[in-house]
Design a protein around this ligand. Structure first.
Ligand code: UGA
Length: 350
């Protein structure tokens, strides 16, 4: 490796975003990638690759090693977090401990060692805003009352964004906060998560179809999202890493405003793509259908939905010459493929 190779530390590297980001960075052969995670099942294919340094471990128990990694690397990407709405409601204190407390400790170590922080904020920060396009620097933030437990994640991330901003002003922290808008792709949750009701919507829908159950549309299905392929998202992240001077002290939305679907339209799209997939057996396809369920039935008490969510991506376009290019059909096909393999493994490869 050349001495000017950028060293990137990904904490939570076995997660959905971390594993895709690590694979793409290593593919481009211009980076050294350091990673820490409790698990390694999504990155097994990367172990042993040139320029990849991985430790299986815990942020708390392996803190000394983690701090050594932070002091050694140029860019720190802390991705260890709980990001499933059902868990915000079921396990709010765990969300606080991991998403807030553990990440704050990491942010403070990044400040101490004067490294560049690439921090995952979230589309959830905007909450219930009704503007046509959510803007990173001008849109107000609107969330619900305390008894709507869902908002704990949004407000934790918001406070971290504000702290990072303050560290930038007061201590010169170099950072970029990125806001993913419903990224989808292989490895976004598992079939087991879908069975527990904790997976995000695309995994949930496809898993139900594989299990010959109707997909469950929560509420009236009119709530909408912009679905963004993980490959487009990761491409933008690498542009930020390559242009960290330009992106310093910025918040950047990373989403696909051209793929704007209601949850009902998404259900129909999933069913259509599923039925067209050549790999799925006909006897599974013939059960593909949907039903409506109430919010409380699906999530329990404490859930509030977000009716509308669409990013402005003008900043990513201007600063990074980035825009998303992958179609929803291509993204869903990849998700179906991945979950079908997982489903076959669970069922003894039959
Ligand atoms: C997500 C999560 O909070 C985070 O992953 C992330 O920070 C952020 O938003 C994002 O990915 O941009 P949400 O968009 O509500 O929240 O994510 P999903 O759980 O995928 O739900 C999307 C919509 O589908 C919701 O209206 C939900 O009620 C609905 N849904 C979900 C169903 O109709 N059926 C299901 O089986 C699952």
């Amino acid at each position: 490796m050349k001495s000017d190779t950028k060293k990137i530390l990904i904490i939570g590297i076995n997660g959905f975003i971390g594993s895709h980001l690590a694979a793409e960075l290593l593919k481009r052969r211009r980076y050294e990638v350091y990673g820490l995670d409790l698990y390694d099942f999504r990155i097994l294919h990367l172990l042993g690759k040139d320029g990849f340094f991985f430790t299986k471990g815990d942020i708390y128990k392996n803190w000394d090693l983690l701090e050594e990694y932070i002091s050694h690397c140029d860019v720190v990407v802390p991705l260890a977090a709980i990001a499933q709405p059902k868990l915000y409601i079921q396990e709010p204190l765990q969300v606080f401990e991991l998403d807030f407390e553990a990440n704050l400790k990491i942010i403070q170590a990044v400040v101490k060692h004067n490294k560049f922080l690439l921090f995952p904020s979230t589309s959830e920060v905007y909450g219930k805003v009704r503007e046509n396009y959510f803007n990173e620097d001008t849109t107000d933030i609107v969330v619900g009352p305390i008894n709507e437990q869902r908002w704990i994640y949004s407000t934790i991330k918001q406070l971290l964004d504000r702290l990072i901003h303050a560290y930038g002003l007061k201590e010169g922290l170099r950072y970029c906060c990125f806001r993913p808008f419903n990224w989808i792709g292989s490895g976004l949750d598992s079939i087991k998560d879908a069975q527990n009701g904790t997976s995000r919507v695309v995994t949930s829908f496809i898993s139900m179809l594989l299990m010959k159950e109707p997909v469950k549309i929560v509420g009236d299905g009119k709530q909408s999202r912009c679905f963004t392929d993980i490959k487009d998202g990761v491409d933008c992240l690498i542009r930020i890493i390559d242009n960290s001077d330009i992106c310093d002290k910025q918040i950047i939305n990373i989403g696909n405003p051209y793929i704007f679907l209601s949850v009902y339209e998404l259900a129909l799209k999933c069913i259509e793509t599923f039925k067209k997939s050549p790999k799925i057996p006909e006897d599974i396809k013939e059960h593909a259908t949907y039903k409506f369920v109430s919010r409380e039935e699906f999530y329990g008490k404490g859930y509030d939905d977000i009716f509308y969510r669409k990013p402005s991506i003008e900043k990513a376009k201007t600063l990074l010459d980035w825009k998303p290019s992958i179609s929803i059909e291509d993204s869903l096909e990849k998700c179906i493929d991945h979950l079908f393999h997982e489903w076959k493994d669970l069922n003894g490869n039959s």
